[in-house]
Design a protein around this ligand. Structure first.
Ligand SMILES: NC(=O)c1ccc[n+]([C@@H]2O[C@H](COP(=O)([O-])OP(=O)(O)OC[C@H]3O[C@@H](n4cnc5c(N)ncnc54)[C@H](O)[C@@H]3O)[C@@H](O)[C@H]2O)c1
Length: 383
């Protein structure tokens, strides 16, 4: 079997998530040969992570002969130009979500990627929790019966205070939607992945709790804590702090989703409940190893990953025995293993990782959500 260890990676963006990519790649035995970031950031990051090449222009990283796969972990507004440039340079690519700022951009990436013949993944890592992979197989096999409805949320509190700041708060940097595009799309991608059915219609209500916020003077990294000495400038907020969305899936299932970045105490909580005509299943990322099965007449079951009750279907995506918790960083490792194997083995049919088409679909759902909120109507997703 072709191995993935000869492939070498370059990572563009060294803020919060770039180093998560580096760590996961190294756990797979993949060499990270190059980093790229702004001039004041890239050298310290390269020294900290022990990476030889530090570029300040991503085109130079794309031209490097010792980079086979490019990871785009820069802010959303750069994704389209960087993805198109990576495709033009004939590099394989893992692009962070959301794929780009709007469907004009994502459609261009889809078309270019189809012609390129390289592997291109969108980093919807939640797909690679063992419980999510197990649920997908259970739904596919009919273990839950017909899916009646899905309920859930993605809640965080890192933008709870008016002084919490990040580029995601600004539409020109993060896009016109914030909480929905940033974390809501993780939930929607995960549930569509489990159900094997995309979202076709939405009815949405978006709200902004902090109508104005105070921006620290200077740059702030994702999940950074405030500093007593910081000075602030007030600015109006145009993106939503929280959202409620009703959903229809192509298989007829209905859903409702709550998203918030101002939910005190919820750090990074993605929760989903799937109600079928035979039984239900519940899962939450805060207890990633536990899958709950709900029954009308028999006792409910709490199944731990790695035990027979959980089921064996996610076994190829599990490295540790039961009780040795696998969580957020492991999802990156498993996603990258799938991507790098697809590259090494030349097999790109029906991958488990999100494709450019999936990334485009999620941005199309975001656009339908925004339109629904503005028109106060059910709105079809036009992917
Ligand atoms: N899959 C996940 O769970 C997950 C989690 C967090 C973030 N993300 C995504 O990752 C991306 C980055 O988010 P983050 O939280 O790491 O942001 P961040 O602000 O912490 O880091 C972004 C980095 O990109 C650098 N950068 C900016 N412009 C650049 C350019 N032109 N060239 C090279 N580098 C540049 C910045 O200096 C910064 O170091 C976003 O698209 C976000 O949605 C995904």
């Amino acid at each position: 079997m072709a191995t993935l260890h000869h492939l070498r990676a370059g990572v563009i963006g060294t803020g919060f998530i770039g180093p998560v990519h580096v760590e996961a790649l190294r756990r797979l035995g993949i060499q990270v040969t190059a980093l790229c970031d702004l001039p004041d950031r890239v050298r310290p990051a390269a020294d900290r992570l022990g990476i030889p090449a530090a570029y300040t222009d991503y085109r130079k990283l794309l031209a490097a002969p010792d980079v086979d796969v490019v990871h785009i972990t820069a802010p959303n507004r750069f994704h389209c130009e960087m993805a198109l440039a990576a495709l033009a340079a004939r590099k394989h690519c893992v692009c962070e979500k959301p794929l780009a700022m709007n469907t004009r951009e994502t459609a261009r990436i889809v078309q270019t990627a189809r012609r390129a013949g390289t592997v291109f993944a969108v980093n919807y890592n939640v797909r690679f929790y063992p419980a999510v992979l197990q649920l997908r197989r259970m739904v596919e096999r009919g273990d839950l019966g017909d899916i009646i409805h899905v309920n859930g949320s993605y809640l965080q509190d890192w933008l709870f205070k008016p002084t919490d700041y990040n580029w995601r708060l600004l539409p020109k940097e993060g896009g016109p939607l914030r909480a929905v595009a940033d974390i809501g799309t993780h939930w929607m991608d995960t549930v569509s992945f489990i159900l094997g059915a995309p979202i076709t219609r939405v009815m949405a209500d978006l709200a902004t709790w902090h109508k104005t916020r105070q921006r620290p003077l200077g740059e702030v990294q994702t999940f950074a804590r405030e500093d007593q000495t910081t000075r602030y400038a007030t600015y109006p907020v145009k993106t939503e702090d929280f959202a409620s969305v009703l959903l229809e899936f192509r298989n007829g299932a209905r859903g409702n989703l709550a998203v918030s970045q101002v939910a005190a105490g919820r750090k990074n909580c993605i929760r989903l409940e799937i109600y079928g005509s035979k039984q239900s299943a519940w899962w939450c990322s805060e207890e990633p190893e536990t899958l709950c099965l709900g029954r009308r007449d028999e006792p409910n079951a709490v199944a731990l990953r790695g035990t027979p009750a959980f089921g064996p279907d996610a076994a190829p995506f599990v490295d540790y025995p039961a009780g040795h918790v696998e969580g957020f960083p492991d999802t990156f490792k498993m996603l990258f293993r799938a991507v790098y194997r697809a590259i090494a083995e030349g097999n790109t049919t029906a991958p488990l990782f999100a494709t450019p088409e999936d990334g485009h679909q999620e941005v199309a759902v975001c656009e339908a959500i925004l339109k629904s909120h503005q028109t106060r109507r059910w709105t079809a997703v036009r992917a």
